[in-house]
Design a protein around this ligand. Structure first.
Ligand code: SAM
Length: 506
């Protein structure tokens, strides 16, 4: 339950726009529609505490210059609902499967686990209890568990470790007896055996940096936090958490949050009937120029080893190109435009997106008809979350070539990022008009129809996507849309998952 909810009836004549903007920027929360009431109550409550009567402008001004006050308001608005052993399937999977695999290869360093958005601490303490049950006193050597939350009051409760009955609603009585001591009737304090395994820190996941206790985790639990963030913030925080993970590390989200994080940042994996995300080497921007439908270079490149070599090759040409004066001098030979494009692909593949973009702009300034450069630029900007720029590149492509399938797909994905499902649906329809066997457009149409509860049509779209994906090689399907590359296997998993959910819908 939101702490400030129902405190005071919402006066709709009060303009909350600037409060909403401030909170979206500072903590990532959106207070549209039904959450406006909570915002109004929280603001009213803090204004009363600060003796500001009805002076909304004065309170906004105070929030802008007083970080502590902003924190107090944020604390009133966060939803801290949590309890021990919540959604236990992922916890069991982590303790029984993921962690034994990690410690079998780990010699000296502890396995690092972060609970991001841990609220009052029940989630990290549940993990500590489970690990203690399985690994006994070795736990202190084997594990480092960190819980972080934006809400300093919640972190205060977590550090104290004293809980009432609602926190124990899903907990086994034997574990309660073993790991808690009664403080007063109905209140229990976690024992040192467990509390010394967990460290708590106040952290804003949208803040500029994360503390050292969050760095290089093997596992991040990020459960029931993102539901309050709008799409762009979800993507931003998910990307930052993914960056923190060690290679091969796992990120677990809540059951209802799985699919909307499948935005190509981490690999979605299904194991033991559970979905989770794993950090694997990037799959995007493989060398696939043979598949380009608009490229002017028909040459065939080797796959596999060449892909690796190009990613690891020192990139010097692009520097020459990026630093070259716009009017070529006799002293500096201008690299061939196709060679430059190869370099831009290699840089993109090497995750050096900014440098790739510099090189692509150089290519475009030399040959504004080199369509592959625009497509790569659009998909890089899309991957970097620079959606407005990506959109204008795609619109430019369509201005020159109204039959470019990739541009429609990218525009559809951008519209989805902005939450504009109508526009996204229109774009995916356009893509299907151009290419009825475009599995990606069928898939995303299915996602949109599913969200709109148009069950029958969603089923049709997922079935079409699955049928196409199941015919032919998944690798080739994943590479159909140059320069975007997808892990088609993950899409097969999601299609099947969605169809199984749709089986019970009329
Ligand atoms: C519903 S609780 C989830 C607790 C626990 N993960 C679970 O699944 O039971 C969501 C928590 O996310 C925290 N939170 C929301 N926005 C945050 C942000 N920007 N940075 C860090 N924590 C945030 C809230 O304060 C709240 O305690």
């Amino acid at each position: 339950m939101m702490k400030a909810a129902r405190y005071r009836a919402y006066d709709e004549t009060v303009d909350l726009t600037r409060f909403k903007e401030l909170l979206l920027r500072s903590c990532g929360h959106s207070f549209e529609n039904e959450r406006e009431q909570a915002l109004f109550s929280g603001v009213s409550r803090r204004m009363e505490a600060r003796g500001l009567g009805e002076e909304y402008d004065a309170y906004l001004f105070l929030l802008l210059r007083d970080a502590d006050e902003l924190l107090r308001l944020t604390e009133l608005l966060t939803v801290n609902e949590t309890y021990f052993f919540r959604e236990p399937d992922h916890l069991n999977f982590m303790v029984e499967t993921l962690i034994p695999a990690l410690i079998s290869v780990r010699r000296t360093q502890p396995v690092r686990i972060v609970s991001a958005g841990c609220s009052t601490g029940e989630e990290p303490y549940s993990i500590a209890i489970m690990l203690r049950e399985r690994f006994g006193s070795e736990c202190e050597r084997l594990f480092a568990i960190t819980g972080v939350d934006i809400d300093s009051a919640a972190i205060g409760v977590a550090r104290q470790g004293v809980y009432g009955s609602t926190s124990f609603r899903a907990m086994d009585q034997a574990l309660l007896n073993r790991y808690f001591v009664q403080q007063e009737p109905g209140r229990f304090k976690v024992t040192d055996t467990v509390s010394k395994l967990v460290h708590f820190e106040m952290v804003n996941l949208l803040g500029t940096s994360y503390p050292s206790c969050m760095q290089a985790p093997d596992i991040i639990l990020y459960r029931n936090v993102s539901i309050y963030f709008p799409g762009q913030v979800q993507r931003d925080i998910f990307g930052r958490l993914a960056d923190l993970l060690v290679d091969g590390g796992c990120l677990l989200v809540g059951a209802s949050e799985t699919i909307h994080h499948d935005v190509g940042i981490l690999s979605l994996v299904k194991q033991n009937a559970l979905f989770f995300y794993r950090k694997t080497p990037p799959l995007i921007f493989e060398e696939r120029r043979t598949l380009s439908r608009h490229g002017s270079t028909p040459e065939r490149l080797q796959s596999g080893s060449v892909k690796k070599t190009s990613a690891q090759r020192p990139v010097a040409l692009h520097q020459a190109a990026a630093e070259r004066p716009r009017t070529p001098s006799n002293a500096t030979p201008v690299p061939d435009i196709k060679v430059c494009f190869d370099e831009a692909v290699a840089l993109a593949h090497n995750n050096e997106h900014d440098r790739s973009l510099v090189l692509l702009d150089d290519i475009i300034s030399r040959d504004n008809g080199f369509e592959k450069a625009y497509s790569l630029k659009g998909s890089l900007l899309l991957g970097m979350g620079r959606f407005d720029e990506a959109r204008s590149v795609c619109e430019g492509i369509l201005g020159r070539d109204p039959l470019c399938l990739e541009a429609y797909l990218m525009l559809g994905m951008i519209a989805r990022q902005y939450g504009d499902n109508d526009d996204a649906f229109k774009r995916f329809r356009e893509a299907l008009y151009l290419s009825p066997t475009c599995w990606l457009a069928n898939f995303y149409s299915g996602e949109i129809l599913y969200a709109q509860q148009a069950w029958k049509r969603a089923r049709g779209s997922f079935e079409s996507a699955l049928k196409i994906l199941e015919s032919g090689s998944l690798k080739a399907h994943g590479q159909t849309f140059f320069p975007l590359t997808f892990n088609a296997e993950q899409f097969v998993i999601i299609c099947r998952h969605k169809l199984s959910l749709l089986a019970t819908q009329k």
